[in-house]
Design a protein around this ligand. Sequence first.
Ligand code: ADP
Ligand code: ZN
Length: 520
Amino acid sequence: MDQKVKDNLKQIFGFSQFRGNQEAIVDNILGGSNTFVIMPTGAGKSLCYQLPAVIKGGTAVVISPLIALMKNQVDQLNAFGINAYFLNSTLNKSESTKVKKEVLAGKTKLLYVAPESLTKEENIQFLKEAQLSFVAIDEAHCISEWGHDFRPEYRKIKSIIGQIGENLPIIALTATATPKVQQDIQRNLQMEEADLFKSSFNRTNLYYEVRPKVKNETKKQIIKYIKSQKGKSGIIYCLSRKKVEEIAELLKVNGVSAAPYHAGLDQSVRVKNQDDFLNEEVDVIVATIAFGMGIDKPDVRYVIHYDVPKSLEGYYQETGRAGRDGLEGHCLMFYKYDDIIKLEKFNKDKPVTERENARVLLQEMAAYAESTVCRRKSLLHYFGEYMEKDCGFCDNCKHPKEKFEGKELLTHAIEAVKATNSRFNIDHIVNVIRGEQNEYMVSYSHDKLDIFGIGKDEDERLWKTVIRQAMINNFLEKDIENYGVIKITPKGLEYLAAPYSIMMSKDHDFEQMLIDETPD
Ligand code: ADP
Ligand code: ZN
């Protein structure tokens, strides 16, 4: 069996070796087990299901939200000599009838299906009749409201799989999943028992930097930076179409070869600008997040965020487009808290839970930007990875903020969590430490605790960063079952029993450095 798999890898896909976890994943799928793959973009997820699909009898159904990319993927597979089709809303009646006929004839190895098409009754009937090998769910984070790209139809996938085949193995794949999202996916697909293959998210060749966004100053800095990178490819992300146009124009009048990209442009203009960027006719693409899904330009040397992204997952995904070739990539974000507030306001008409989720994601984003902790450490912590040492390759490592002895503060923070029985969120814990009276304090009698008010001389901001640093360093943890509740870890308990010296740092004081930008 082993040899057959390797032969196929070489003969069909032209690769002489597997990368990372690929071989173990392929084996697992061939063994018929439910499989959960978490692998950064560009690491080679597609092969993980394409290869077993070719080897197994029957057709593998691949559910993917990226309609625009399905045709490319299928064309590529066809070029490898693999019988593959797609089923989505771009096909007319006779085209989809033809696809179904081919699949039912039993030769097709892969069938890509858009979630919207999957939910159609006629398609469910058709899939019931087809001989299927397994179902792969690409971009599985779309299942979770806590992901950066929630798609309601993704929530229906499990029940549809239940209808189309008993015991069909499920393969879920995603490039981003915080522990919370991971759990959501597994629960929703009822695959808690699935074998998990999680690769590290550390992109060691990316340099992370955050600068304050300052009126007039930021645009000058961007022009200067890009001019210093002459001839290299870069992406600038902005939140609004208007901003994209403005920055692209600004760059052009300053002699930079740049083009805009956003969903409001004509399809033909969008395609041209994207091609110009890929073919290096232009150096810089200024874009909304509409740009980038599936774009694979290996030598993007920098990604600039002119506006703060809506979540750290989005940030990771967007910055991840730099340095795909393994060479250095610079990730530069311009940040001001006002942008966070502005983004929160956009959500004001959304349903309560959606709004609250978005708010929490934005607060995590703000905490990351303002933190003086190693960026990589913070980012990986967000994805559930613990890094022992600082990375040495981010702004906070290169220009460390002055540290202070944090033993007493850390001890108080852990004690406060303990005294309130690991049942409250960061805001409440800080209020306990700072002795803020409110109805919660009274109803839980937390104002009677020894710890109540013990840290009233320090401000809320400092206490929050102490607690965050305690989490990044594994003394405390956020309970993902119970969003927001902070708990003590075994390491935290050990620390309370025998505290030792620990250096901490205050957050950046960006507010001091910036005076608000002109309203946009
Ligand atoms: P992902 O879906 O994880 O973003 P892809 O499946 O698109 O990544 O793969 C990224 C690139 O890596 C593709 O160009 C693919 O051909 C290549 N690739 C995948 N597996 C291998 C391998 N074992 N050896 C060499 N290249 C590979
Ligand atoms: Zn670092």
